[in-house]
Design a protein around this ligand. Sequence first.
Ligand code: F6R
Length: 366
Amino acid sequence: DKGAYDYFMLKEIHEQPKTIEETFRGRLQNDYSEIVLGGLLNVFPKIEAAKRIVIIGCGTSWHAGLIAEYLFEEYAQVSVEVEYASEFRYRKPVLSSDDVVILISQSGETADTLAALELAKSKGATVLGICNVVGSTLSRETEAGVYTHAGVEIGVASTKAFTAQVTVLTMIALKLAKRKGTISNETYKVLVKELAEIPEKGRAILDDGEKIKAIAEKYHEAVNALYLGRGYLFPVALEGALKLKEISYIHAEGYAAGEMKHGPIALVDNNLPVVVVAPQDDYYEKVVSNIQEVKARKGNVIAIVTEGDKGLKEMVNDVIEIPKSHPAVAPLLAVIPLQLLAYHIALLKGCNVDQPRNLAKSVTVE
Ligand code: F6R
């Protein structure tokens, strides 16, 4: 039931404050001073001992894995590789019983992800799942795992499942870091609190969502779009571009902002919308200079900025504000306006946002 919403996608975007909360409910305990992940209790010693963690998924789930790479490396100090399931399954990956493999899948039925799971198992690796559909093949075939509690996702374009995956991965990274002693108690507390505050901040973005409609009006006739971000927000740029291309059929590319001058800058002209995720974090100055490079070539910049950022407002064509947060949890907020932007653009183009052409909700064939 779509309720008051025109499309499931819009409903699911709006459910995110609730579904993120559902995903950490019961797991952030004792006034958020402790993270309890029952499904991983028995395997944590193995995860702690792992020299390397391999994360595997497809599409949006792969993007969640990329965010986890930054989290696991920064806080748990473990080296991470993130792989497309479709590539991994046909490579000759070097894996052993010392490795931990985390498979991410909303449906738990994606053929390539399941094949990667079997391959990892056959090499003796510890295989863990992050999955939304209870009782799915992935959840049955992995040794242990954590469910995302996003509820049924009907829109083909994944939204609330993605933020639930990122929530779970953040909890795993922090818990692992705590157990390994690679995070200070203070930072741990700050981050858990920041995670707990995401639903409220997400609501603030959604309450202001109508503004994004006006931005969509300006750009819905574009044929190409570029999405840029750095650090934790580079995967968010990839995800924003994927959302736009899959539901509006506008060709969009996500790029690490620092890579722009190695190719994509050649595309910039006054017809190109460039969406830049630019909150005030450690990368801010660098991202601002990337924005200046785009502006100098007459590109149209739509910037996702921290609330109250006046400087960027003057420099770019359009801004969408998000509440201030710690950089490690910023993806959970920054992705919301990108989902809404894709939605409104697709709607203006008359596309079927819930069932884009050529796509299926669950890719059970290769
Ligand atoms: C994008 C999208 C797809 C899926 C991908 C993996 O919006 O929905 O890219 O993320 O097909 O699906 P799951 O997570 O079910 O394995």
